[in-house]
Write a protein that binds this ligand. Structure first.
Ligand SMILES: NC(=O)C1=CN([C@@H]2O[C@H](COP(=O)(O)OP(=O)(O)OC[C@H]3O[C@@H](n4cnc5c(N)ncnc54)[C@H](OP(=O)(O)O)[C@@H]3O)[C@@H](O)[C@H]2O)C=CC1
Ligand SMILES: Nc1nc(=O)c2c([nH]1)NC[C@@H]1CN(c3ccc(C(=O)N[C@@H](CCC(=O)O)C(=O)O)cc3)C=[N+]21
Length: 319
């Protein structure tokens, strides 16, 4: 299929019912999880069952949702999942726990849920995870790979967001992209992934003079800030693709707690050609990519195991 242009896709989609504007993560996630499930079954039969360990130190609504979905989707994919909670502990204790998991051959991947409490240096923890078990791509060595265009294991949310943009069929080469939010785990890696695809990227943050002025120029707008309804319709170019990464918990009109993104979806969907819903957009795909990354980590570990133990005849056994 040839890539659509913003204009022709935009006009076609603008005339369709609202629903067609939603870029849903579920179908893409299902495809990925089905493939992971096949790989995991083969690896398990060959004696290498994949296992993902989650470390939770802090406690936020977004982490709770993420961990709940990791557990559910890992079970679907045939990946063992273990959650370790450390409600009150020191950085040293956490590092020791991570070293233990690094050395445990039954553990394929380690994910440290963010945020962690202020007294714990998150970067030290991320650097303590062995790069071969770093399923989030947050170790300095892993995140460096995306600068070098080695993209097979990228930070999950960033990869999920870019994958959803690709679902639009837009040609990423030369596309004007604006990212609001520049965190290490979301905004910055999205910028690197999109630069690899040839997009022209602008990154906004809290010191940006006018987020609205930048956002209005964007063919594709990524938002990862953590503020409900930060992006309103008058900040979006007609026909744009809007990727809403925010996961915020708030009390709805019915008095129940609900999850909303960073974009005022109801008004923005009248202007945009594509918009990711929250829930149902980037979130489900993030979980699927975490599981896919776990299988990438497993195959790297198996390659190392094979290289180390595979060629017995070259060893001077008993000589
Ligand atoms: N769907 C998913 O899979 C995931 C969703 N999330 C969600 O995405 C959101 C962001 O997460 P994360 O990146 O970890 O958050 P951080 O708090 O680490 O980063 C937020 C970013 O937003 C910027 N920012 C703050 N206020 C403004 C503003 N008014 N205008 C422009 N930029 C601003 C900050 O800039 P500065 O640093 O300069 O202050 C910072 O770069 C959260 O809602 C989180 O729950 C996160 C990870 C995964
Ligand atoms: N090291 C680290 N990496 C992260 O990627 C990370 C993190 N820490 N801390 C918390 C945030 C938040 N996050 C979510 C991912 C998926 C859903 C998700 O599956 N959402 C679904 C389900 C919603 C529901 O079940 O209610 C949806 O949006 O449709 C939610 C939240 C990842 N984060």
């Amino acid at each position: 299929m040839s890539a659509a242009t913003l204009q022709d896709k935009g006009q076609t989609f603008m005339s369709l019912p609202d629903d067609s504007r939603y870029l849903r993560g579920g179908p893409v996630a299902q495809r990925i999880i089905a493939a992971v499930r096949e790989d995991a079954a083969i690896a398990t039969a060959e004696g290498f069952p994949p296992k993902l360990v989650s470390i939770t130190v802090g406690d936020t609504a977004a982490v709770d949702v993420y961990v709940r979905n990791q557990r559910a989707k890992a079970a679907l994919a045939g990946i063992e999942f273990e959650e370790r909670r450390f409600p009150a502990c020191t950085a040293g204790e956490l590092e020791a726990a991570i070293h233990g998991l690094n050395a445990d051959p039954r553990v394929t991947g380690i994910i440290i849920q963010r945020p962690v409490p202020a007294h714990i240096p998150i970067r030290t923890l991320q650097a303590a995870v062995h790069p071969l078990k770093d399923v989030e791509g947050m170790h300095p060595a892993s995140i460096g790979n995306i600068v070098y265009n080695q993209l097979d294991l990228a930070p999950c949310t960033a990869a999920a967001s870019v994958e959803l943009l690709k679902e639009t069929g837009l040609d990423l080469k030369g596309l004007e992209v604006v990212i609001v939010g520049h965190s290490e785990i979301v905004g910055k890696p999205i910028a690197f992934l999109l630069m690899s695809e040839g997009a022209t990227v602008t990154v906004c943050h809290h010191m940006t003079r006018s987020v609205a002025a930048h956002a209005r120029r964007a063919d594709a707008l990524f938002v990862a800030v953590g503020k409900p309804r930060l992006i309103k319709a008058d900040m979006v170019k007609p026909g744009a693709a809007v990727i809403d990464i925010g996961i915020n918990s708030e009390i709805g009109p019915d008095g129940e707690s609900r999850i909303v993104g960073d974009v005022d979806t109801d008004s923005v969907k009248e202007v945009a050609s594509w918009i990711t819903p929250v829930p149902g957009g980037v979130g489900p795909l993030t979980v699927a990519i975490l599981l896919r990354n776990t299988m990438v980590a497993l195959s790297r570990q198996r390659a190392l195991y094979q290289a180390t133990y595979g060629v017995v005849d070259k060893l001077a056994v008993g000589a």
